[in-house]
Ligand binder design. Structure first.
Ligand code: ADP
Length: 198
């Protein structure tokens, strides 16, 4: 009597053609994502993102904190840029910040998903254009600009995932910088579904 007569062996699992590739891709992407809880101006990385307004001349919220920490030279450089439309991004030096550069992006006022996604995509485009490899995002638009926190987190995670899929080898780390307890809870709840690990 052969073994296969006495024991019912499970059917072999049908492997989809690129199944193994997808699993390892998920792991590679997940390794590039972090959460940092606290003040974005303390991060000594290539670039921090500023949730700016369209004048780029400083304002409240994280914008004011970044300008204060960088010192007046940041505003001087910003004054040469001619402002920035909603959804676009522009880069400056980091001056007194530990980060080398600041990428200024202007989020939508209210829930405009495509505009918010553009902020993330355009900031990441500038990062790789400048051959930089590490970036931190605050929760763009969710403060003074009033975008609800949960859909904003979904838009951020979705767009970062999409960008990293297309530019995996060009970015080392994307940090979601979370300042409020509400955002810490939200991101911890949703990131796993965008960056699954087996
Ligand atoms: P917006 O005008 O785009 O809504 P805000 O600066 O008002 O921008 O808020 C964006 C997010 O930045 C909010 O979650 C706010 O709590 C957060 N924030 C405020 N200060 C800091 C900081 N020092 N570091 C990181 N995030 C911050």
């Amino acid at each position: 009597k052969s073994l296969s007569d006495s024991i019912k062996l499970p059917e072999p699992i049908e492997m989809k053609e690129n199944c193994a590739i997808n699993i390892s891709k998920n792991e590679i992407l997940a390794e590039k994502i972090s959460i940092f809880e606290g003040d974005i101006t303390t991060l000594g990385i290539d670039a921090i993102v500023n949730a700016a307004n369209s004048t780029l001349m400083g304002g409240g919220g994280v914008d004011g904190v970044i300008h204060r920490a960088a010192g007046p030279s940041l505003k001087e450089e910003c004054s040469t840029l001619g402002g920035c439309p909603t959804g676009a991004a522009k880069i400056t030096g980091g001056y007194k910040l530990p980060a080398r550069y600041v990428i200024h992006t202007v989020g939508p006022q209210g829930e405009q998903t495509e505009k918010l996604k553009k902020c993330y995509r355009n900031s990441l485009d500038i990062l790789i254009e400048k051959k930089l490899r590490t970036i931190a995002f605050p929760c763009i638009s969710t403060g003074i600009y009033g975008y609800p926190n949960l859909p904003a987190a979904h838009a951020a995670a979705y767009q970062v995932r999409k960008f990293l899929e297309d530019n995996t080898d060009k970015v080392d780390r994307v940090i979601f910088c979370l300042f409020l307890d509400e955002d810490k809870k939200i991101y911890k709840g949703i990131l796993q579904s965008y960056f699954p690990i087996s």
